[in-house]
Design a protein around this ligand. Structure first.
Ligand SMILES: [Mn+2]
Length: 247
């Protein structure tokens, strides 16, 4: 049996972008793949599994329905949806992946990541990340009312936007040394990640071997799905926005 694997990241799904939501839901109805890997920032923001807005429920129901039809869905957390928890995963039928996970694509071990931890020049973000990923900090946050959580999340997003816009370009991209450190640690020469919104395939030499880093595209103006088949063929599927379905 030939297995087809699809990789997406940085959809940043939110209520105010029904165009992107529709692209994803339409893709999910007939994905034509066996496994779907969501590599983080699937949601623009996730303030807790108990935030069951009609929008979130619609997404959960669609994911669940797709898994019922036989699609395996793997979910890796990003820097926007790191609070995705067990309740969401169970309801959506998705399996959680750790922040660094090696799978086999066409016989080759390939490392999957969201990509935020590769941007080691952004010290301010890494400091925030350390705090935000602490279980106690998360527990205290999740005890707050949904309204308070929504306000805090909005403040963080505003601060993050102004931080990102004032930082030089190279700081917001990955650090090559960190890429090679993590790849070496996992003994892989293939890496797929998102986060930077700089879709590309970077080929380089590592420990005397050819190595490859594939960066997935964000879903701002169109949808983007990397599809890999068992023979090593890779195809980039672009999903065009329906112009009649305006924002
Ligand atoms: Mn990200």
């Amino acid at each position: 049996m030939t297995i087809k694997q699809a990789f997406i990241s940085d959809l940043h799904l939110e209520e105010s972008r029904p165009d992107i939501t529709k692209l994803f839901l339409d893709f999910l109805k007939q994905p034509k793949v066996d496994e779907l890997y969501i590599l983080g920032d699937f949601f623009e923001v996730w303030i807790g599994d108990d935030n069951l807005t009609p929008f979130n429920q619609q997404i959960i129901a669609a994911l669940h329905a797709a898994t019922q039809r036989g699609l395996k869905i793997y979910f890796m957390r990003g820097n926007r949806d790191f609070l995705v928890g067990k309740k969401f995963l169970r309801a959506a039928g998705c399996e959680l992946l750790p922040d660094e996970y090696v799978i086999t694509i066409a016989g080759k071990p390939t490392l999957l990541m969201h990509g935020d931890t590769l941007c080691t020049a952004d010290k301010a973000y890494l400091k925030f990340r350390k705090k935000a990923r602490c279980w106690l900090v998360q527990k205290i946050f999740l005890l707050k009312s949904l309204e308070t959580r929504r306000e805090i999340a909005q403040r963080h997003r505003d601060a993050s936007k102004s931080h990102t816009s004032t930082m030089p370009d190279y700081i917001m991209d990955v650090t090559q040394a960190e890429v090679e450190r993590v790849m070496s640690k996992h003994h892989v020469f293939d890496l797929i990640h998102g986060h930077t919104h700089r879709p590309n395939v970077h080929e380089f030499q590592m420990n005397g071997q050819a190595a490859k880093r594939t960066v997935l595209a964000a879903w701002h103006e169109q949808g983007s799905v990397l599809i890999c088949d068992a023979n090593g063929k890779r195809e980039l599927l672009t999903l065009e926005m329906d112009i009649n379905n305006n924002r």
